[in-house]
Design a protein around this ligand. Structure first.
Ligand code: GDP
Ligand code: MG
Length: 170
């Protein structure tokens, strides 16, 4: 079969959860304490080698604000994968992430690979959402779950690798 795959991937989640920071860490290996808010959406691409295949991710980093909500379907439609991001220090962001999952389950591509990422795992002392609660939710909804830190790079590449591994091969 064809070992070179292009995969559209979208990041969804509350503003401030760390979507842009995860992408910046993955694509450039960088982190900014004062990451600028995304306006509308930003596009990145990054290629990963997984076993004998190459996956070229076409990444749409969305804004997350309610006023941009109507644009979201443009980014998740036809997407092979999504990363739904929340901030482990914010129950509101966890609630918002679950709403995104529901929306994707209703409107998204049924074979979409979905990752549920509890970001800012470095802020353990400020944690509001337990890993157990999130893992259970993810399991019940057919997503895979990881806690990440864009700041210290924990599990960031791993999320993208796991998605690449799970993508259906042609
Ligand atoms: P977005 O709105 O979801 O794209 O969130 P941003 O990537 O813009 O991040 C919002 C804020 O959280 C910025 O000040 C980032 O520096 C910070 N941030 C993002 N990821 C992390 C993380 O893993 N740990 C910590 N401590 N801060 C983070
Ligand atoms: Mg952003």
């Amino acid at each position: 079969g064809n070992n070179n795959l292009n995969a559209k991937l979208v990041l969804l989640g509350d503003m401030g959860a760390g979507k842009s920071s995860l992408v910046l860490r993955f694509v450039k290996g960088q982190f900014l304490e004062f990451q600028e808010s995304t306006i509308g959406a930003a596009f990145f691409s990054q290629t990963l080698a997984v076993n004998d295949a190459t996956v070229k991710f076409e990444i749409w980093d969305t804004a997350g604000q309610e006023r941009y909500h109507s644009l979201a379907p443009m980014y998740y439609r036809g997407a092979a994968a999504a990363i739904i991001v929340y901030d482990i220090t914010s129950t509101e962001s966890f609630t918002r992430a679950k709403k995104w999952v529901q929306e994707l389950q209703k409107q998204g591509n049924p074979s979409m690979v979905m990752a549920f990422a509890g970001n800012k795992a470095d802020l353990e002392e400020k944690r509001k959402v337990t890993a157990e609660e999130a893992r259970l939710y993810a399991e019940e909804n057919g997503l895979f779950f990881m806690e990440t830190s864009a700041k210290n790079a924990t599990n960031v590449n791993d999320v993208f690798y796991e998605i690449a591994r799970r993508l259906p091969r042609a």
